[in-house]
Design a binder for this molecule. Sequence first.
Ligand code: ADP
Length: 613
Amino acid sequence: MLRSLYFKIVLILLIFIVAVMAAVGAILLSGVTSFFMDDFAAQMTDCFSAESFLYRDLCDAAKGPNYAYDMKNVLSSYRNILGIDEYRNYYVLNLDGEMLYGSDTELGESLQLTPNLLSAISGSETNLRGGMDYADWAVRIPVEDSEDCVVYIKDSLDEMRQLNSVLFSIILQALLIGVLIAVLLSFFLAKSISSPLQSLTYDTQLVASGEFSHDIEVDSADEIGVLAENFNYMKERLRSTLDEVNGERQKLDTVLSGMRDAVVAFMADGTVLHSNRSAEELFGDELRENRLTLESCLEKLDLPLGPGEGGLSLTIPDGGEITRDGYIFHDRIAEGHVYDVGYAPLRLSPEEKQELGCVFIIHDVTGRYELDKSRREFVANVSHELNTPLTAIKGATETVRADPGMDPDMRDYFLDMVLSESDRMHRIVSDLLTLSRLDNNRTKWDIETFDMRAFVRHICEIMRPEIEAHRHRVTFGSDRSLPPITADRQRIEQVVINILSNSIKYTPDGGQIDIVLTHREKKTVVLVIRDNGVGIPEEDVEHLFERFYRVEKSRTQDAGGTGLGLAIARELVEAHGGTITIKSKLGEGTTVRIELPVECRLKTDKDRNDPLK
Ligand code: ADP
């Protein structure tokens, strides 16, 4: 209340009124006093000048024997001119200051010896102004044959004081009326000033709370009107700026949410400022529930960034690749994925040192990483697989050449070795070409319809020498109502021969191999080849279809395998729209199950990564 505009205006007006009235009163009162005194002095000077009638009459009266009495009579006759009344009196005094006669004998008995009276008694002409509470005038009159006497006029100033008190009460009344008018005026004035200010204040609060729809009504053209107009203009600018900012933010949000890269920005205090949908997928509930911090993000992405000296700034150790805006850290592994993580500090301008926060752009490179890895492994495998027979061929050739007189049996042994290693190389290259053609959709398919039972029997016939060499027992059973299938017979034969020869190879001599042919609702044909061979360790089973994967290199090398057979088998079966699965137990045996659709639709548009490219 005491700070309100209304109170201040009232107070100022009151102080103003009181000050004006006090000044006017003081001037008036002192004006009245000095006017009265000046008027008294001028009147007395006139009356008692040497040329005045009064002075001459007094001097004439002073010549007689009853000079004091005569002088009193002269003064009495001049009472109007002298202004004698109840406040002003005349006296005739001797030089001792004692009253001889006077208009008020009672007052005359107790006359004080004022400076004027004393100077008149002493013969001096000084007529000083009276004191604060009286005005007086004394004139020495020469008396013949006797002591001079003094004519003394004294005014008690009571009349002037009465006038002053009347004036004072008038001023007081005027002051009261003035105060009343000031209060009323200040009320209206304060209202006219404060009500637009109040509505301005209300509007600023609305704007602060984000409400821009309400405009201040501008009624006046004064400073407050201009202020209100400016405020409305400022509000419009603010609204359009905010709209622009929101629009930009919306665009940014749309771009960010459409990005496959995870983007997460942190403020200087380490809390999340912004993130996109991919970031939510990466950080999960931790981000959704606002629990993600800069520290936990760094930990999760295994980033070698440490808190710097001044607040957020992170210290970048060696390993980060410098980019235009910050750094990029390659191949960070988190949750089984591989990421390239871009880090950029957020600053108001590039020159600014102070960091407001930082942003991470997390690019999932798992696919590329895996592809690179498998390419590297593939090249290493191919080199290794070709190097082994080449070394043997080179060694055998050099030995034969070094000894022209070599024993013919010995030479045949080395030449056989060259032949068999060349065959092995040929098989590897031929398998690689098959895979390459499959990868590039360049395999030429020769589709025909055939009976699977006769087909399997035919393969058993082809493999008979091998089966008999290992003294394996082979059984074959099949559904009677097996439908014929339409497929590339040659390729399926390649698959079945590979599976069967694996069973023959990896089963100790005299083993048992069972072949079963069934169908599922005449839509697919299922071929199961089961052996009771060496089996495969559990941890190797899932890798069997990888190129060049072998369970135990030593045992399979002896068996003459390339490690590409099952990879080719899966590619061929899947190209026909079928599936191939392996179940195995170490020491107990292996079961391979191939399921092919009766009507094979061969894939022609395979979408796969090509490790050979
Ligand atoms: P390879 O030409 O070397 O036989 P495959 O791709 O056909 O290559 O087989 C991959 C590996 O799987 C083999 O090296 C072998 O260790 C294992 N394997 C395949 N079939 C069997 C089986 N029936 N019994 C045991 N091990 C097998």
